[in-house]
Design a protein around this ligand. Structure first.
Ligand SMILES: [Zn+2]
Length: 232
């Protein structure tokens, strides 16, 4: 009974042969999921969502190579009653996605720390709330937590998403001088880029971006005109 302990907790990931939809469904059900079918999607818009009144679990095909424990976590993510259990499951799934992201995953720390001014905090709290709302409503809460900052140096751009280091930066002028909702609008734009990063595509403003933009009420232009308070 003295089996060698796996060197890594997720060492089973490397040995996993891809499952088809039926085998994936069986594994999810073993983890407690009550779905009747699993549908793999190849578009980059769905990571994991439940449709058809709880009967269908739509998964990005990336999950075909997911270890059993990740599929079990997916089952808990959509069925557990306790938020703490869902939170634990979410971390397992997010770790799998991060590991299978074709981009390099080692995010070096910033060479200089970003400044967070005390007066930025109320704005950042508002933006974090918007992040959580959209993540829950549209991304199955699978977007990873990402540091949010305001910058006073962005004069022409409204915001930016960076993979290295992983962060979203919003122009401070949107928070202090633009019409209500403009900063949130830009945040949603950058969240689509975060999504593209999570599913392993290069952040751009192509077809998938525009699809999300319509869904999230984002005008799909990189440099959209911003309504300033004085315009009102
Ligand atoms: Zn953009």
């Amino acid at each position: 009974m003295s089996k060698k302990k796996k060197a890594r907790v997720d060492g089973d990931a490397a040995s996993a042969a891809p499952r088809d939809e039926l085998a994936t469904l069986a594994e999810v059900r073993r983890g407690g999921g009550t779905f009747h079918e699993v549908i793999f999607t190849t578009n980059r818009r769905t990571m994991a969502s439940v449709t058809n009144r709880g009967a269908t679990l739509r998964l990005h095909e990336q999950f075909a190579v997911a270890p059993a424990r990740v599929l079990h976590a997916l089952a808990r993510l959509f069925t557990a009653e306790q938020e703490s259990a869902r939170g634990e499951a979410r971390r397992v799934v997010q770790a799998f996605l991060a590991e299978h992201n074709p981009h390099e995953n080692t995010e070096p720390p910033r060479s200089f720390p970003r400044e967070v001014l005390l007066r930025d905090e109320p704005h950042l709290a508002r933006l974090r709330a918007e992040f959580d709302r959209v993540n829950k409503a549209h991304f199955g809460t699978l977007l990873p937590p990402v540091p949010l900052f305001l910058s006073g140096r962005m004069t022409t751009r409204n915001g930016h998403f960076s993979r290295k280091p992983l962060e979203i930066v919003i122009s401070r002028r949107l928070c202090v001088a633009a019409a209500p909702g403009e900063a949130e609008h830009t945040l949603r734009h950058e969240m689509i880029h975060l999504w593209q990063h999570v599913v392993g595509t290069r952040p751009d403003h192509g077809g998938a971006f525009r699809w999300w933009a319509r869904l999230l009420d984002v005008r799909p232009r990189a440099r959209r005109p911003v309504r300033m308070i004085n315009d009102e």
